[in-house]
Write a protein that binds this ligand. Structure first.
Ligand code: SF4
Length: 164
């Protein structure tokens, strides 16, 4: 059975930077959890960051690839540099996906870690831009197919094809 690495805040864990969740109530998530298919992980807390923690964003004009290559940082609004912890979270997520046999991932949109199609633009203004988080980039590089909650139909189709 192919397992799905899932952002922990999507399944109700209060691990967001502000102590909140991004709980999805899609019934397929509950069904996959009941099957033992879900592997929840919060890369940021897995890397040792506390909750709550300062909001952090990829620097303006940079992307996840630049962060992985050491050409850009992930910082908070006061300029605090959290890059090493976020990259550690990406490393732990990839290792977890490998150990647990996760061929797919369902990640929370917009996060500098878990973002799939968009992330904050780095100005702490609430604006977003196209791009992925550093965890999503690392998972994709490791061969994991990453979906956002908006794409859960496509993920369900993969799972159904596997089952059928
Ligand atoms: Fe959710 Fe990912 Fe942020 Fe953790 S790092 S709170 S799982 S979006």
């Amino acid at each position: 059975m192919d397992r799905i690495l899932v952002s922990a805040c999507l399944v109700g864990w209060p691990v967001r930077f502000d102590g909140g969740t991004r709980t999805s109530h899609d019934p397929r998530l509950a069904a996959w959890a009941a099957e033992g298919r879900l592997v929840p992980i919060c890369p940021e807390t897995a890397a040792g960051l506390s909750t709550p923690r300062p909001a952090a964003e990829i620097e303006p004009g940079a992307d996840a690839e630049a962060v992985h290559e050491g050409r850009a940082r992930i910082v908070d609004a006061a300029g605090g540099d959290h890059t090493s912890a976020f990259l550690e979270g990406a490393r732990v997520a990839v290792a977890t996906a490998r150990v647990r046999g996760c061929r797919y991932a369902l990640m929370t949109e917009g996060s500098p870690s878990c973002g799939v199609e968009f992330v904050a633009d780095g100005t702490f203004s609430g604006r977003r831009k196209a791009g992925e988080g550093v965890v999503t980039r690392a998972l994709r590089a490791a061969g994991v197919e990453v979906f956002s909650p908006a794409d859960i139909d496509a993920l369900a189709a993969r799972i159904a094809a596997e089952a059928g």
